[in-house]
Design a protein around this ligand. Structure first.
Ligand code: ZN
Length: 243
């Protein structure tokens, strides 16, 4: 795919008012159709190498409402990103809580209603971040490991587990290899237990079906009904979990 320069396009033509200007990046390739992608507040148009400028503009123009809606949604999401700092907001167990720093010798985290209290000695944002990380890793090993093993035992596949790792990854909540190595992203501990249980189920079921076939989803649903609700919940909220 060849990458062309960012071309700022004006959408004020044909009498339509410009609500907000935005830039589009045009990517030409061997593809046959035009497609739009929005990521990190950038609009990307993928088009056939021979598409004319007028054609591209027409395509963007006819999709303008959708583009603006998506850009707006992205800007809302940016505001919700998790920042571990005094007064910051943390979306913990499906409830937004305010981060408070508390001076104390003992390093610990206290959840009190809408308050997410980080206690430590001479806390800085960097120290607080490490404390939250440790807190989530501890929670993950206390909760995920025994439950994954218990479920695998119940399903008669515990012997297939080689190792269960807890790792913070950028794009995945969980992972399972054919060698029986399961992996969970410990950031999932910020989510409600129903979501965590779904993730545990998903990876353990891969010990039976190493794919996302109908059989796989039937098995997941027999243990964790309504999995699509949990998947959607994750899609809607996962941007609030990374830090
Ligand atoms: Zn999977």
């Amino acid at each position: 795919m060849s990458k062309s320069k960012i071309i700022p396009l004006n959408f004020g033509f044909r009498g339509k008012p410009v609500s907000r200007p935005f830039e589009c990046e045009i990517l030409r390739s061997k593809r046959k159709t035009l497609a739009l992608y929005i990521k990190h507040r950038k609009v990307e148009v993928r088009c056939p190498s021979r598409a004319s400028k007028a054609e591209i503009e027409e395509f963007i123009s006819s999709n303008r409402q959708w583009i603006e809606k998506r850009l707006y949604e992205e800007s809302l999401r940016d505001k919700e990103l998790l920042r571990i700092e005094k007064g910051g907001k943390i979306f913990y167990r499906a409830r937004e809580r305010t981060i408070e720093f508390k001076e104390g010798r003992k390093a610990r985290i206290l959840i009190n209603g809408d308050k997410f209290i980080i206690q430590g000695h001479k806390l800085t944002a960097a120290k607080a971040k490490i404390q939250v990380e440790d807190f989530l890793i501890d929670k993950a090993s206390e909760y995920i490991l025994p439950r994954a093993h218990a479920l695998a035992r119940h399903m008669g596949v515990d012997h297939k587990i080689n190792e269960i790792k807890l790792r913070k990854t950028k794009t995945k909540w969980g992972h399972c290899t054919s060698q029986g190595n399961l992996q969970y992203n410990w950031l999932i501990m910020l989510a409600p237990y129903s979501i965590i249980d779904y993730m545990i189920t998903h990876e353990v079921c891969h010990l039976v079906h190493m794919d996302h076939s109908k059989n796989f989803w039937n098995l997941v649903d027999s243990i964790c009904p309504n999995s699509e609700t949990y998947i959607q919940w994750l899609k809607d909220h996962e941007h609030r979990f990374s830090f």
